[in-house]
Design a protein around this ligand. Structure first.
Ligand code: UDP
Length: 379
């Protein structure tokens, strides 16, 4: 097969490596890395200020095209009926894609935004959308449904649970793409220290308060790592953190760390707590933990419920049930950390994921050239 020329359009919510875009940043970086190593030509469009090396991406892996402009507001901070707002950086990214599309075989969008879906039929090159979150916006749902109808097979999601959040009036064809990690970048740790970990954007939908409550009751210190996205929310957590500390259970914030440093800290934890208050599309941090041999205690909902093998590599508990969370923490020692690492190696290896993505991309490029052959222009 001829190598592909791919333009990956990263999330406009934040520069690649900033953490503002959440797990999608690591998804973009890993995909670029593995596809370029398989011989494809990869370029990434990202908001200016990107630090791709924080995600382990080397300059040889991809051309980085940094576009200027104010950042996009994250969809999860808006109501379902909020009107469409397009930031400068999103508009500039897609203006770049339109101007340079002839240099690529496929445009791969990671933006959870209306504009790329709206533009899809207007571009001459095919676009595939890696939809990074569950359904959050009525307006966006309508645009996604339009693309699903006009360009079947071009929509990807991380998990089935994520796809199920979209209720269209017809059965949409979702590509369940999953995700992969460069497992070799995560070191296995057989003997953890006495603390639990919580990793993610610090924002209300991530439910950090439940992890703090559970760690406090279990009387095990909690280390928190992640981007401080919502400062007001973080301030609201301070009394809870102060009373845990006062009760002798340290709750410590370790900052937002580059992937390599994060895994050095994460791997020493007893378990990762994943306590989202929304349908988590995937939860890449759960796979990062498993790769280090760290079991995952998660709410039985969304992506984490598809990742954790209950009783083997973690425990799944009813969403919002802190008492169940505490009971699950008490059973961490029943799990074998080697099984966690083995699951990550078996199911989330970068090469297998790259093959799936590659086949998906070839199918899309191929179906577009057939459309052209039948004199039915894409645009
Ligand atoms: N992360 C990081 N450094 C940190 C904490 C988190 O690089 O100190 C990254 C983590 O590796 C993951 C992302 O932040 O890629 C969080 O992604 P997740 O899928 O858990 O949630 P999202 O933010 O996408 O909802």
């Amino acid at each position: 097969m001829k190598p592909l020329r791919l333009l990956l359009l990263s999330t406009p919510v934040g520069p690649l490596g900033s953490g503002m875009g959440g797990g999608v940043e690591l998804t973009v970086a890993n995909l670029a890395k593995v596809l370029s190593r398989r011989g494809h030509q990869v370029a990434i469009v990202t908001p200016a200020g990107a630090t791709p090396q924080a995600l382990g991406l080397q300059p040889v892996d991809a051309d980085i095209i940094q576009v200027q402009g104010s950042l996009q507001t994250a969809a999860q901070t808006q109501s379902r009926s909020a009107p469409v707002v397009t930031s400068e950086v999103l508009a500039n990214a897609w203006a770049y894609a339109r101007r340079h599309q002839s240099q690529y075989d496929l445009l791969v969008s990671f933006a959870y935004d209306w504009l790329p879906f709206f533009l899809t039929p207007l571009l001459s090159r095919p676009v595939t959308h890696f939809v990074s979150m569950g359904s959050l916006s009525d307006c966006l749902d309508r645009s996604i449904a339009d693309v699903a109808l006009q360009f079947p097979g071009t929509l990807g999601v991380y998990t089935q649970a994520q796809a199920d959040t979209f209720c269209f009036s017809f059965p949409a064809e979702w590509e369940i793409v999953g995700c992969g990690l460069d497992i070799r970048k995560y070191d296995y740790c057989a003997r953890p220290d006495n603390f639990l970990a919580w990793v993610g954007r610090i924002s209300p939908e991530k439910g950090l308060e439940d992890a703090i409550a559970a760690a406090t009751i279990a009387r095990i210190p909690l280390n928190i790592f992640g981007k401080l996205e919502d400062i007001d929310y973080w301030q609201r957590l301070q009394p809870q953190i102060a009373s845990a500390n006062k009760a002798g259970v340290p709750i410590e914030y370790g900052g937002f760390l580059p992937t390599d440093q994060l895994q050095k800290r994460l791997r020493r934890s007893q378990a990762l707590l994943v306590t989202p208050h929304w349908v988590e599309a995937f939860g890449i941090v759960a796979v990062e933990a498993l790769a280090c041999g760290v079991p995952v205690v998660a709410y039985k909902c969304g992506g984490p419920a598809e990742i954790v093998q209950a009783g083997k590599t973690g425990w799944l508990v009813a969403p919002g049930d802190v008492v169940e969370l505490v009971n699950a923490i008490a059973k961490i020692n029943q799990l074998d950390r080697a099984d966690c690492r083995a699951q990550a190696e078996e199911l989330y290896a970068l090469s297998a994921w790259a093959e799936r993505c590659e086949q998906w991309f070839y199918r899309i490029v191929d179906s577009q050239s057939k459309r052209r052959m039948h004199d039915r222009p894409y645009a």
